[in-house]
Ligand binder design. Sequence first.
Ligand code: F6P
Length: 405
Amino acid sequence: MGKKMANIGIITSGGDCGGLNAVVRGAAKTAMSRGIGTYIIPNGYAGLYNLVDFQHLVLLDEERTDHVNSSFAGSDAGHSRVKISKIADPDKYDRILMGLRKFNISGLLISGGDDTGSVVVDLAEHGIPCVHAPKTMDLDLQTYSVGGDSAINKIANIVDDLKTTGTTHNRIMVIEVFGRYAGHTAFRGGIAADADCILIPEIPVDFDAVYAHLKHYYIRRILNSDVHAGTYVIVVAEGVKGGDGNLFSDGGSGKDSFGHVHLGGAGRYVRDRLEAMMKDDPEIKQFMKASGMYVPGVFEIPEIREIVPSHIVRSGSTSAYDVNFGKEIGASAVILLDEGISGVTVVKVHNGAIRYMPTVEAIKQRFVSVDDIDFYEQMDVCFGRRRETYEAKMEEQQGPVERHV
Ligand code: F6P
């Protein structure tokens, strides 16, 4: 057993999501069993920078750890979006080292996504031992990241729930969810809820393809329903683009310290474009009459509504899978630090062994595989393009199967 650490500081950073408290709890419990103290460094890298000015830090002893509820999303440790290298203070790294010395902290467990991970690399290069516990609801790291499964489950439930109001009013529902550069959670959440169409940043949207798919399903559902009821559901990732490479988002409000613009408006843009297409389409008027919905001057085309669940997707409760994974990576990070390993990201625990990789590799952005899109297109889910022909690919399993859990 290693004995390199006196105390470990826990930092959670970036966008909050499910599983972070499980990381904290897993880390605290493992540290206790190894005789290591764990302290919460509050509010992400902001707290790390200001540590030297703190009078007191919360020690995660047995009693305090009892109050860390693994299934609550968000983080008891608090978050901020602060990039250390961007801080104007030229003595920032010395200031951080002074803070760590003040509390006799010899290593950091840092949970976050790619931006947070880039700071892990930076801190490790400045001689501060740190291990990265991967977290992001966006699922765009090379490793699985805690929070992804919880977000997918939330999106699936929200999209599924919205079908009841959609069907009651015969509305087309456009649901905009987070996903700035990668559409993993829109994709998987949408599939889980039987969404008709899923628009993600990886596929530039062809509105003619979306409109043709929409008309086919929406009209068929309503005309064939004994009560003329139906809906059509589109899930849109906030970072979706057109063929010209321009974002549908209206640019939002300002940038964070990592240079990301706050996005917003992609769902509204999709709604406006589809609404304009319906207004110009004489077949829509015929459909409205055939379904008994047409009311001149009042109800001439179907309604399209956009809904933005926003932070609800990151909030509330954590999925059971993320609690398990969070505890494993929190505990693993403590063990790696205690074994003198730094600048790495925990990948998973497999058959009791901790797998890890260099953080610099782990934070390389991972996008939705276009082969997976092809696969789902043959089930006639629309991904905002003309359906590609799926060429069946098959591989025989070699060696033992790696189970999910
Ligand atoms: O970092 C994950 C994420 O959920 C992105 O998908 C989204 O664009 C962003 O966070 C929103 O962050 P904030 O809570 O800072 O507005």
